[in-house]
Design a binder for this molecule. Sequence first.
Ligand SMILES: Cc1cc2nc3c(=O)[nH]c(=O)nc-3n(C[C@H](O)[C@H](O)[C@H](O)COP(=O)(O)OP(=O)(O)OC[C@H]3O[C@@H](n4cnc5c(N)ncnc54)[C@H](O)[C@@H]3O)c2cc1C
Length: 461
Amino acid sequence: MPEDNVDLFVIGAGSGGVRAARIAAGHGARVMVAEEYRVGGTCVIRGCVPKKLLVYASRFADEFEDAAGYGWTVPKPSFDWATLIANKDREIDRLELAYVGALERAGVRIVRSRAVLEDPHTVFLEATGERIRARHILVATGAAPHLGPPIMGIEHVISSNQAFHLEALPNRVLVQGGGYIAVEFAAIFNGLGAEVTLVYRGENILRGFDEDLRAHLRTEMEKRGIRIITGQTVTGVDEARGSFRARLSDGGEVEVDKVMFATGRHPNVDGFGLKAAGVRLSHNGGIEVDAYSKTSVPHIYAVGDVTNRINLTPVAIREGHAFADTVFGNKPTRVDHADVPTAVFSEPEVGTIGLTQTQACASLAKVDIYKTTFRPLKATLAGRDTRVLMKLVVDGTTSRVVGCHIVGADAGEMVQLVGIAMKMKATKADFDAVMAVHPTASEELVTLREKAASYQRQAAE
Ligand SMILES: Cc1cc2nc3c(=O)[nH]c(=O)nc-3n(C[C@H](O)[C@H](O)[C@H](O)COP(=O)(O)OP(=O)(O)OC[C@H]3O[C@@H](n4cnc5c(N)ncnc54)[C@H](O)[C@@H]3O)c2cc1C
């Protein structure tokens, strides 16, 4: 029996893999991590971080416009895409180095290579030709954009990966998709001055989110000039004199300078020997794991997007940390996947946590809804036509707040804190007991007096 070279081999240096490697090394394990692209993974290199930087850039347009109502005279602002992308790239390079430094300081060996499992304990590194025997293996390979069924002209279509590196800001963009990445990029391009068409096959954007939130955000996005076409798909893309003509399923056409698909992401499970190692996949296309992120092979674990549980960076990080504590820290730890707060960095922003009204009505005997929409104070002098939505979903039997849905400036920041209250099982009365901070938007969350609706489940016949 050959000796193990490492206690832990991590495949993929993204959010989950980096955290797991560092914590395991801190517990005394000999750790090696392979990364085929860039250390930091999707979130740092081509996800959350660069996206939020583009979101910040896109929001200045409103600030310049709104300043006039507050007495400022602002010369016509101009925007330079190349400067934004170069500055963003510099920051991403800095962050990648910081991740490399943190891993190296923890004693983790990083190999810049694609890793392939040859058998349940052997990892082959394509770039160096090395074979590594590992006592434990963590698969943290993330997910990749999935452009959907092949259509004519798919080669002209970009995904979010390429959107971060466009040479110029397109004047007219079509974004296909209705999830948070589609909605965010539609808002980014719109804020930067492009004409944006969003095409989605479902009946409304942000499937799975609260219905009021979906309707409110759609209205707000349309007010900002984003054209939203639902119930349709792009069936083909033709190139025509430097621009593109996207054909829609109803026979219509949209002429644009760029076509981006944000039609979903698929877990990275192919082509690196999972089958050879005996790792089972689940019905949702991700790696099947138990509550401790253990796969069907007892010494192989998987965390993050490759497991297709909740595909968010903080979740991948928690799963990676819990894995390292469980296997190397002698502290079995499960991740609590309930009530995960999350944001959509659209314009206006979305913050959401817990049950939607529909989910609450399907699972609880009694549900009370509290909600309000209002014009934010800042919009008054600015003369901006926008409204905030705030909604609490309350369990009518226990009075616990089981859902909170916000559309408006800083919604992501607000819902992070609402998350603490909800994790502590706060009731509506607890919310009401808190003194308002005035004048803020979030004060509405503690001053919602009137029930907007109340639902009671009929007893089964
Ligand atoms: C555009 C966009 C915006 C997003 N915005 C947010 C947000 O605002 N908030 C949020 O919480 N989440 C956001 N996400 C999701 C977030 O990025 C992911 O949930 C998170 O990165 C998952 O971490 P992970 O460790 O599972 O995988 P990843 O971070 O994807 O890391 C996996 C790594 O494995 C590497 N790899 C794959 N196969 C191999 C192999 N065989 N050998 C070696 N290396 C391999 C990949 O190159 C990659 O670096 C966003 C995602 C995208 C695409």
